[in-house]
Design a binder for this molecule. Structure first.
Ligand code: UT7
Length: 321
């Protein structure tokens, strides 16, 4: 029996930081409102020359160095992004070319939004378990700052830019115990980004996130609670078996509710929200990389990864690190 295992992680954050106090000068908001309602203090914003591709490459090279492998070892590249370099070719194909490799499958998952990393992670896990590839490069990379309406205080204060990468490698020991994916298109209008290809419309209208935050908040708490039950039951484990929660970073109140559901103290939750905001599909690998590199997450510990976003789409993975 073969498993996949996390053997390396890497991340990249743009240098520029935008604080809540900076935002007070742009829209009618306050540091207190943003901190109280979301937990966010600041976010990173990509420079003009930076893209989801350039950030993905930096995160990928760090993850490969961490795993002790070279680009030639990679058997599959998946990039989760709602902000791709081009509509096509995929950002993953462009990255493949920049890494100087060819031949392996490379594709983007750009429709699962903030759940995109969990979808990418699950697909890579299946291929490695099946034995068809040995190493997969799984990335979440986002320039959310380019799809925000900077006059809309209900969305522009929430998001940030960045990239995170994970190398999954084949292993005889688990590894990834299980992954779980779901979607429910009946909630399609709760969070979406329109496309200029659908009908003639202004670029500004098409390229800005629309969100019913309050509705999404309630949906998230319900679906994630059920998702945790499903993930633990599939592995005949109890919540006391989970050492770490590595959640999508949307709102500290959602994360606190999920930690409570698992009876985990907040010290056992990988959080980057305060400094990074919501980086959509990049948020899970960014949080994972941070907690591994600063020594909080240790080898042999059991991690529960979860993400949710537009679709609605949501997913989880239970992992022995
Ligand atoms: O990654 C994708 C997943 N995204 C999420 O999961 C987001 C989930 N939702 C949330 O995180 C929260 O719903 C928000 C942080 C987006 C909003 O918090 P809330 O507690 O649900 O606030 P609300 O939407 O009910 O708005 C409360 C008030 C409103 O004013 P009135 O109508 O009560 O007068 C808003 O207009 O807060 C106002 N408001 C703001 N005030 C200051 C909304 N945005 C802001 C703002 N600054 N930035």
């Amino acid at each position: 029996m073969k498993y996949s295992k996390i053997i390396g992680t890497g991340s990249y954050l743009p240098e520029k930081v935008l604080t809540n106090f900076d935002l007070e000068k742009i829209v009618d908001t306050s540091n207190d409102w943003i901190v109280d309602r979301t937990g966010i203090h600041q976010r990173h914003i990509a420079a003009e020359y930076e893209t989801s591709l350039s950030m993905a490459e930096k995160a990928a090279r760090r993850a490969m160095a961490d795993a002790g492998i070279t680009p030639a070892d990679i058997g599959m590249i998946i990039i989760a992004t709602t902000t791709p370099e081009k509509i096509f070719p995929s950002t993953a194909c462009l990255l493949q070319q920049q890494l100087g490799i060819g031949g392996c499958p490379a594709f983007d998952l750009n429709s699962s939004a903030c759940a995109g990393f969990m979808y990418a992670f699950s697909i890579a896990d299946q291929y490695i378990r099946h034995g068809s590839i040995k190493y997969a490069l799984v990335i979440g990379s986002e320039v959310m700052s380019r799809i925000l309406d900077w006059t809309d205080r209900t969305t522009c204060v929430l998001f940030g830019d960045g990239a995170g990468a994970v190398i999954l490698g084949q292993s005889n020991e688990p590894g990834v115990f299980s992954t779980h994916l779901h979607a429910d298109g009946t909630h399609k209008d709760v969070l979406y980004l329109d496309s200029i290809l659908r009908k003639p419309m202004a670029v500004e209208e098409a390229l800005s996130i629309k969100m019913s935050g309050n509705q999404l908040f309630k949906l998230a708490v319900n679906i994630l609670g059920d998702l945790f039950d499903e993930t633990l039951a599939a592995n005949s484990l109890n919540k006391s078996d989970v050492d770490w929660l590595v959640p999508h970073q949307a709102n500290i109140r959602i994360i606190q509710a999920m930690a409570k559901k698992l009876d985990l103290p907040m010290e056992r939750v990988a959080i980057t929200l305060e400094e990074q905001g919501n980086t959509s599909s990049a948020s899970i690998p960014l949080a994972l990389d941070k907690a591994i590199r600063d020594g909080r997450i240790k080898k042999g510990e059991t991690l529960l990864l979860e993400g949710f976003g537009g679709g609605l789409a949501w997913g989880s993975a239970l992992v022995n690190y």
